[in-house]
Write a protein that binds this ligand. Structure first.
Ligand code: PLP
Length: 412
């Protein structure tokens, strides 16, 4: 049997044979509650009949037609449909295949549009694994080490993370905004700064939500200095947090939104959205790629939007998220090692700390493995791997959430 190369780590040993909604069945037909959703991708659940039908139909019509030469209907329809859900004014979209590529597209756009070299990112942010995206990523040295030098022109400023130093959110936000002013004074002058790039909720960085005051502070500084605000909604978009976009919780006002993951229910598709005026500043030929806006992926994305609307999945994410949070908090109350339950909607994390109060990645990894043994698939995140996260499909139902909490209770 072929072995995985050493760079690939497989946390659970499960080989999926098929999926159905929030469930996965392995090759022996063992049932698992999938609270990973392929890292927050299969939001409409595995093999949703409408997504499957749309993709199957499209495969029989046209699979690929490169849009710089020939447009296809799914691309045009998807663009129109995204107009219904994107923040007002963001009416131009560019499509790629992965989150990292979309992050890079946003980087090219803001540098070309402003003529400025630098991007300010916020500590704990994850933006992908291509060299440029890794240069913008600060959620763990494992994403940055060993292939230096990284891209120049990145300044790192604190994210308002109240999990450090026992701060309140208000204290953490005050600190983060003061440090941002310091960063603009000492590292990246406003005249050199093209954009701020931030996640509405730190994803790989440990499921730490931003807040309204912080995003308003970024907007204010962006407006004052002609800096653009990019929100990376790759993990938080498409209903994951119980609102359509993560920044809807905080009245965020982005110049550029990056989307991927939940966009196409598992087909590789990502995109950036910006105003017509801003997008017109991208240099001709600088955005593109052979496979972007694949016709089958676009058809799946249209079906995904239909399912999200028809089955009220954003509302379900909010309701099931509340149920899940209440259950996880109850479990945490009986376990000294779980010091925090946090996140938004169906994007919830449990922080593990040891007796000295230090992040405990080993305990989180052991819990993840034990949960998998008991039929519940989970992921970890955080710089030390100390957070066990629950991120099921948005179609997850009340009984499945109750069952997952029960398994979690037995696991820890
Ligand atoms: N941005 C965020 C917030 C992400 O969570 C991820 C992936 O987890 C990415 C970007 C990179 O996406 P991809 O893995 O599709 O390149």
């Amino acid at each position: 049997m072929a072995t995985l190369s050493p760079v690939l780590k497989q946390a659970t040993g499960v080989i999926a044979a098929r999926g159905e909604g929030a469930l996965i069945f392995d090759e022996d037909d063992r049932r698992y509650l999938d609270f990973t959703a392929g890292i927050g991708v299969t939001s409409t659940g595995h093999a949703h009949p409408k997504v499957v039908a749309a993709a199957q139909e499209q495969v029989g019509k046209i699979i690929h037609a490169q849009y710089t030469t020939v447009m296809h209907r799914p691309l045009l329809t998807l663009t129109e449909r995204l107009g219904e859900v994107l923040p007002a004014g963001l009416n131009r979209v560019f499509f790629a295949n992965s989150g990292s590529e979309a992050v890079e597209a946003s980087l090219r756009l803001v540098r070309q549009a402003t003529g400025r070299p630098n991007i300010v990112v916020f500590h704990g942010g994850f933006h992908g694994r291509t060299v440029a995206a890794a240069s913008l990523t600060t959620s763990g040295t494992k994403f940055r080490s060993g292939f230096s030098p990284l891209m120049a022109g990145v300044a790192i400023s604190p994210f308002p993370d109240p999990t450090h130093f026992g701060w309140s959110q208000q204290e953490a936000t005050k600190f983060a905004l003061a440090q941002l002013d310091y960063t603009l004074q000492t590292v990246s002058a406003p005249a050199d700064t093209a954009a701020f790039l931030v996640e509405p909720v730190l994803g790989e960085g440990g499921y730490v939500p931003a807040n309204a005051e912080f995003l308003a502070g970024l907007r204010e500084r962006a407006d004052k200095h002609g800096i653009l605000l990019i929100l990376d909604e790759v993990q938080t978009g498409f209903g994951r947090t119980g609102k359509f976009w993560g920044h809807d919780h905080f009245d965020g006002k982005p110049d550029v939104v990056i989307t991927a993951k939940g966009l196409a229910s598992g087909f590789p598709l990502s995109g950036i959205a910006a105003s017509e005026e801003l997008m017109a500043k991208a240099w001709p030929g600088s955005q593109g790629g052979t496979y972007g806006a694949n016709a089958v992926a676009c058809a799946a994305a249209i079906a995904t939007l239909d399912v999200i609307q028809e089955e009220r999945l954003v509302e379900n994410a909010a309701a099931r998220g509340e149920q899940l949070r209440a259950g996880l908090e109850k479990v945490a109350a009986g376990d000294d090692r779980i010091t925090d339950v946090r996140g938004l909607g169906l994007m919830l994390g449990n922080e593990f700390r040891d007796a000295d109060g230090n992040p405990d990645g080993a305990a989180a990894a052991a819990a993840q493995q034990e949960a998998a043994r008991r039929g519940l698939l989970l992921l970890t995140c955080g710089a030390w791997g100390q957070v066990v996260r629950f991120i099921p499909a948005l179609v997850v139902d009340e009984e499945q959430v109750e069952e997952a909490v029960g398994v979690w209770q037995e696991t820890v």
